[in-house]
Write a protein that binds this ligand. Structure first.
Ligand SMILES: *[C@@H]1O[C@H](CO)[C@@H](O)[C@H](O)[C@H]1NC(C)=O
Ligand SMILES: *[C@@H]1O[C@H](CO)[C@@H](O)[C@H](O)[C@H]1NC(C)=O
Ligand SMILES: *[C@@H]1O[C@H](CO)[C@@H](O)[C@H](O)[C@H]1NC(C)=O
Ligand SMILES: *[C@@H]1O[C@H](CO)[C@@H](O)[C@H](O)[C@H]1NC(C)=O
Length: 808
């Protein structure tokens, strides 16, 4: 039996040690301060979900209407209208499937009936005061219609007009294609493909009073297999004639622009008042220009690592409507190197590039060079204006301008990000960024942009970038990582409501909603609130709560820039309290000679580093415990193997974060020698422990049995006998569960040890015996479980205190 048992112990133990080896006690600047699992998000009431319909999916097209308090969502065969207060309550839905005839045609054309031959809603734009414009793929036959939503919230209208229009040049045929659109002044600007084969890509303008207009067809210099990400209108000056439309997309690099196949991220510009050329470029854009967006980091070998796969763009407005800050999310094209980055661009830099040299080459075998010749007047890309230049409309442009525009759609210089580098780079993780929204938050010491970044694993990262010394030196602080979908799935849509202070998220499997801030999770002390460095939150004198710049309160404490609790909180509490000593857990743990013990200590913040100090007695000098063979420091605590009599003493667990040290735990370890334990264990051997365990504490009879050996033997047999139970993880999980059930039984044993001990030691202390220390094997199982729980993100300093047997 001994050897069987031994192998079980080994199995669970190996798992434990492997987990420890990775990442414990490394640099922590890149880890989120708090990490919340899906379950924790739900249980703490910080997540509301719409789980999707069985006959729908692809909840990808969002339209936020703060005034009416609704979120309209386009999905497969359906349009939804959600209540911004709670997406799981009183939502409306309109089924809009493709007709059976269209579905059949789609199937005959060789498309997948369930995945492609449905009506995937791709366009959802405000049309007028009462209606939205909505388009879908219509089973490879794009269709559009009008959706009545009423003028006021109380109208509560949600109705699709029966009249259906042709959706060509508005919605793609193929639901997989990345397209983008925006309706401005009754005209729809759409970057999409306009044919069944998905080859005729263009930027279209349709609807409205003008003739439809588009980019030059089948000219790879204009667009080369583009995937569109976003469309935005940005004014160029105070003169509305200069208003421009910007498109964000990625495409294959132009022929000769890059060795081999490469993707480039682009920004494209158009004049809103472009009506096309007169003799050439008829009903084609004459003001289209594009430039490359660079987002890269220098590599060690001198070659830059480029993030070229543009995923999403967010425009953060500033006081000047002409100069929003552009936040863009990128990933890498490489199959080997997985990484994501966020870069920021300024409109000044973008305009400078569009005013710079055009990319030019003399023929297919020539290099692309900056165009050196004479640029015709008015400069291509300039919007026609009655006030300036004397050209009312693009139809009046001289032929040479139109000819030049046609052959020079690309700029030579790329647009570099602000500070020439990304503000966030993530390369060492198993996820990639997909979406971004940014909120401007007013804090005590300034204004901060808080980024919410969606990933392809159904998680949201909350990041704030804080100037370290100047605007040119930003420190990004990853505040939280939260799982918002029940299974890993890419987040494909994101909207932020400042009015509701909520974030709305879309994916293939549903829609989720979460608050922008949850200040109470940071803890119950000023120092903890301060260390969190969340611009939404401040210490208000009694708790960590939402910060409002208007409400002036003297007790309010917040320090985003430095996160220094010493300056912020020291006058509020005396020093002990500040360093956490008032809430300090002071416990006694008993270990058995030659077995191992685990002193659990995990700071709430994943950014904190823990270290341990040892003190033989309260009067002795403290010394730091270094990891060595017998002492293993993990993120969850300290593992001491093969306990020695002289390991008895005081262990202090210290957390250091941002230069601020906090004592989290003080453990007095008593090592009991084996003989004394034997005495204790065999004193009252009798069965019926289970019956005793169910009785209230006071009429419990003294400890009865030591079920450990029998238990472990049974456990091992169940592992052997049940081939379905083939995972060691599952097995260890089971052992743990059973151990919990038996914990109360063990509590008797524990009590006994305590009584025994307290006869010698007349100290009045909250005495807790770590039940894990009795048997080496169970200690390991329990520790393994700690790690599991930790991975699930449960951040508790200790759980023993509440469950401990009442002290005698
Ligand atoms: C999908 O199912 C819902 C009921 O769950 C139903 O109301 C709706 O009409 C169905 N949609 C389609 C397109 O069949
Ligand atoms: C949202 O609505 C659901 C269903 O009515 C309810 O269970 C939940 O508590 C609500 N959540 C919030 C945050 O209001
Ligand atoms: C909005 O457009 C729809 C569709 O063309 C039309 O039926 C409706 O009357 C318009 N509403 C207003 C207020 O102009
Ligand atoms: C503890 O282990 C050591 C070395 O393996 C051994 O010499 C000693 O006898 C053990 N002590 C007890 C009480 O089992």
């Amino acid at each position: 039996m001994g050897s069987l048992w031994g192998s079980v112990v080994l199995l669970c133990g190996v798992l434990l040690l492997r987990t420890e080896g990775s990442g414990a006690q490394q640099t922590k600047n890149n880890v989120p301060r708090l990490k919340l699992s899906y379950k924790e998000m739900l249980e703490s009431n910080n997540l509301v979900t719409f789980e999707g319909l069985a006959n729908s999916s692809a909840y990808h097209t969002f339209l936020l209407d703060e005034e009416k308090g609704r979120l309209v969502v386009g999905a497969k065969d359906h349009i939804f209208s959600f209540n911004l207060l709670n997406v799981s309550r009183d939502y409306a839905q309109i089924p809009w499937p493709a007709s059976p005839t269209r579905r059949d045609e789609c199937k005959w054309a060789g498309k997948d009936l369930s995945r492609e031959c449905s009506n995937f809603i791709k366009v959802l734009q405000p049309f007028n005061q009462t209606h939205l414009y909505v388009c879908g793929t219509g089973a490879f036959h794009p269709v559009c219609s009008y959706l009545e939503v009423g003028k006021k919230p109380e109208d509560s209208v949600f109705r699709l007009e029966s009249h259906v229009e042709n959706g060509r040049g508005k919605s793609p045929y193929d639901p997989k294609l990345l397209t983008a659109s925006m309706l401005i002044d009754g005209e729809l600007y759409a970057g999409t493909s306009a044919d069944f084969m998905g080859r005729d890509f263009a930027i279209f303008r349709t609807l409205g009073k003008h003739h439809p207009i588009r980019t030059e067809q089948h000219d790879s210099r204009w667009l080369n297999d583009p995937r569109f990400v976003g469309v935005h209108q940005i004014p160029e000056s105070d003169n509305p004639e200069d208003d421009k439309i910007y498109l964000f997309f990625k495409e294959n690099a132009m022929d000769g622009e890059h060795a081999g196949k490469a993707t480039h991220a682009r920004i494209g510009q158009l004049c809103k008042n472009d009506l096309g050329g007169h003799r050439s470029l008829v009903n084609k854009w004459t003001t289209f220009l594009k430039a490359r967006l660079i987002c890269s980091v220098p590599g060690s070998n001198g070659i830059d690592t480029h993030f070229d796969e543009l995923q999403d763009v967010f425009l953060m407005s500033t006081k000047d409507p002409k100069s929003p800050i552009i936040y863009a999310v990128f990933t890498t094209s490489s199959n080997i190197f997985k990484g994501s980055a966020v870069c920021m661009y300024s409109m000044t830099d973008i305009r400078r590039v569009f005013l710079g040299p055009y990319a030019h080459r003399d023929g297919p075998n020539y290099q692309w060079v900056p165009f050196q010749g004479r640029v015709p007047y008015p400069r291509p890309g300039t919007c026609p204006s009655k006030t300036f230049g004397g050209f009312d409309t693009t139809k009046d442009l001289p032929d040479e301008v139109v000819t030049f525009a046609r052959s020079h759609p690309a700029m030579f210089n790329p647009v570099y990000p602000i500070n020439n580098r990304p503000i966030i780079v993530k390369t060492d993780v198993d996820y990639q960024f997909t979406q971004i929204v940014v909120d401007k938050v007013e804090a005590e010491d300034g204004q901060y942009d808080v980024m919410f970044i969606g990933t392809d694993m159904g998680t949201i990262l909350k990041v704030v970038s804080i100037p370290r010394g100047s605007w040119h030196d930003l420190e990004e602080v990853l505040l939280e990582e939260m799982t918002v979908f029940r299974e890993p799935t890419a987040i494909t849509a994101m909207e932020l409501s400042t009015k509701q202070q909520q974030l709305y998220l879309g994916s293939d499997i549903g829609v989720s909603q979460m608050p922008l801030h949850r200040c109470e999770v940071y803890g119950k002390a000023c120092a903890e609130c301060c260390l969190a460095r969340d611009p939404y939150c401040a210490w208000d004198g009694t708790e960590c709560s939402r910060y409002f710049p208007m409400a002036k309160r003297r007790t309010r404490r917040q320090d985003i820039r430095n996160g220094d609790p010493l300056t912020q909180c020291s006058d509020l509490q005396h020093h002990d309290e500040l360093s956490g000593l008032s809430t300090l857990l002071d416990k006694t743990v008993y270990g058995v000679e030659n077995s191992s013990t685990f002193l659990e200590c995990s700071p709430k913040s994943q950014r904190a580093m823990t270290y341990w100090q040892y003190q033989r007695s309260i009067v002795d000098r403290k010394q730091e415990i270094k990891s060595e063979e017998r002492f293993i420091r993990t993120d969850q605590g300290l593992l001491i193997r093969t306990l020695n009599k002289k390991d008895s003493g005081i262990y202090l667990c210290q957390a250091v974060e941002h230069g601020f040290m906090q004592t989290l735990l003080k453990v007095t370890l008593e090592v009991i020698d084996t003989e004394r334990l034997e005495d204790l264990l065999h004193r009252d051997e009798e069965p019926a422990a289970a019956a005793a365990a169910s009785r209230p504490a006071q009429d419990r009879s003294p400890p009865q049995e030591t079920p450990n050996n029998k238990l472990w033997y049974r456990d091992f047999l169940s592992l052997v006998n049940h081939p379905t139970l083939n995972s060691v993880d599952e097995f260890c999980e089971q052992v743990w569960k059973r151990e919990r059930k038996h914990r109360r039984q063990k509590a008797h044993l524990v009590q006994q040890v305590q009584i025994h001990h307290q006869q010698q030691q007349q100290q009045q202390q909250k005495a807790v015996v770590n039940p894990h220390t009795h048997m080496h094997a169970q200690g390991l199982a329990a520790k393994w479980k700690h790690l599991q729980e930790r991975q699930k993100g449960r951040n508790r300093r200790t759980h023993e205190l509440e469950r401990a047997p009442r002290s005698v």
